[in-house]
Ligand binder design. Structure first.
Ligand code: AMP
Ligand code: GLY
Length: 422
């Protein structure tokens, strides 16, 4: 089989490595991929948002199956365009991808179908939003409606901060058209859990739960990033909470999307907060999380391509999806300065014996050498019997990988380990 994977990050590298385990896979094209992914797939310089370019390439190469991983192409209708040419895909169509593409849509969906989430109001004019804030409880959370590279959420701890956020998003258009409308919502507290799930619109199979570490610095300090590391499973996500999530959140969401004529097929990501009033949805994503994928897929025992094809063909309910026991930890190595400005072009040294455990995100090949080209450069994942062993092993490997100005957090998994002790 010839497979095409759209995207270029560590998540895509993890998907590609897993797909390669299937013996029927002869060739994988990554569009555009990156210098590190090129060790595992043929990278082709077609951007993930270039839908006509992706479709032309897929037709020309007669690919048998396509996996569309990032949010942008999904929201732009990449799956619809590929399916029109008869290419089976993993990923939601445009109508279903709106669950991530518009926060107003997802909040209204949850309200209509009684799915637990933070209370909220929607605004399409800055004046109304600013007026509302005068009597809103603080802290409060301001969210741009559309995609904003994961940066469209501002938690305001004072009225001034909240008003500044509204002005930046709606008046200065910091996130472009994504800021035409905003959601202002109730601030929730509690441990966060990411649950990625496979769904074909009929059955839903949650994957192993995980915990992201979004802040740049140790102790959850510093700016929000795409994610500095992950662990799985998440110790806060007990069997009892999992059962509640299935009946109060996961199944109701699949049913709600069906009712709306937007049946979701692909990976549906639930960003949850375990509040004292029970689990609530913080966000939906229409795709695999990054770097959650880098801990969840290495724990997957069932063949990934088999699951993906079952999703496409709507026979997921017939399949048993198994995860191995034990724990995984992924430490993200970034360029110092990220998520602000950082240097690029530093050579990356990875011992050969670690290559199976490393997922490259921001690197390119220059004269045959792998050099940094992004903020998050790579993730290194260990899978072990216990979480503490996985954390130690991931840090041990990170210590053997080097590039100038490398930066990583030293406390990935710390909170989870403390939760296990309680
Ligand atoms: P998102 O981009 O929707 O994942 O939001 C980024 C982060 O903001 C989440 O992971 C949470 O830590 C935080 N967040 C989002 N919504 C809320 C909320 N209503 N209350 C508290 N924190 C929130
Ligand atoms: N790690 C969070 C996300 O993928 O959105």
């Amino acid at each position: 089989m010839k497979i095409l994977v759209v995207g270029s990050g560590g998540r895509e590298h993890a998907i590609i490595k897993k797909l390669k385990e299937n013996k029927s896979v002869e060739k994988i094209y990554a569009l555009p991929g990156n210098g590190g992914i090129s060790a595992d797939a043929e990278c082709v310089a077609i951007g993930a948002k270039d839908i006509p370019g992706i479709v032309d390439f897929a037709v020309k190469k007669s690919v048998d199956y396509a996996v569309v991983a990032p949010d942008d192409p999904l929201v732009l209708g990449c799956v619809d365009a590929l399916e029109q040419k008869g290419i089976p895909c993993f990923g939601p169509n445009k109508k279903a991808a709106i669950i991530e593409g518009s926060k107003v849509f997802s909040k209204n969906l949850m309200k209509k179908y009684g799915i637990p989430t933070a209370k909220y109001e929607v605004f399409d004019s800055p004046q109304a939003a600013l007026e509302y804030l005068d009597s809103a409880p603080i802290p409060t959370v301001i969210k741009a409606d559309g995609l904003a590279l994961g940066k469209g959420v501002i938690i305001a701890f004072s009225l001034e901060e909240a008003k500044d956020a509204v002005r930046e998003i709606m008046e200065d258009r910091k996130f472009g058209a994504s800021g035409e409308r905003i959601v202002i919502e109730e601030y929730l507290e509690g441990p966060e859990v990411s649950v990625l799930s496979f769904t074909d619109g009929k059955a839903i199979v949650p994957m192993l739960s995980s915990m992201d570490h979004k802040r740049a610095l140790d102790g959850d300090k510093g700016l929000n990033t795409g994610g500095m590391g992950t662990i799985a499973p998440n110790p806060y996500y007990t069997d009892e909470i999992a059962k509640r999530c299935m009946s109060e959140i996961f199944l109701p969401t699949v049913n709600a999307m069906n009712q709306e004529g937007r049946s979701f097929k692909g990976c549906l990501y639930f960003g949850l907060m375990l509040t004292k009033d029970g689990p609530k949805v913080i966000e939906y994503n229409c795709r695999f999380g990054d770097p959650e994928t880098q801990v969840v897929l290495p724990m997957l025992e069932t063949d990934l391509l088999t699951i993906m094809q079952a999703v496409t063909e709507e026979r997921l309910g017939d399949l048993e999806v198994r995860f191995r026991s034990g724990s995984a930890c992924c430490v993200v190595m970034a360029s110092r300065g990220y998520p602000g400005a950082y240097e690029k072009g530093c050579e990356i040294f990875i011992p050969q014996e670690l290559s199976d455990s490393v997922y490259i995100a921001g690197a390119e090949l220059k004269d045959g050498r792998l050099v940094t080209s992004g903020g998050r450069v790579l993730g290194v994942t260990a899978v072990k019997k216990s979480l503490s062993e996985a954390v130690d092993a991931a840090y041990n490997m990170a210590g053997k990988i080097s590039f100038e100005n490398a930066y990583y957090r030293h406390d990935i998994g710390k909170r989870a380990l403390e939760a296990l002790k309680d």
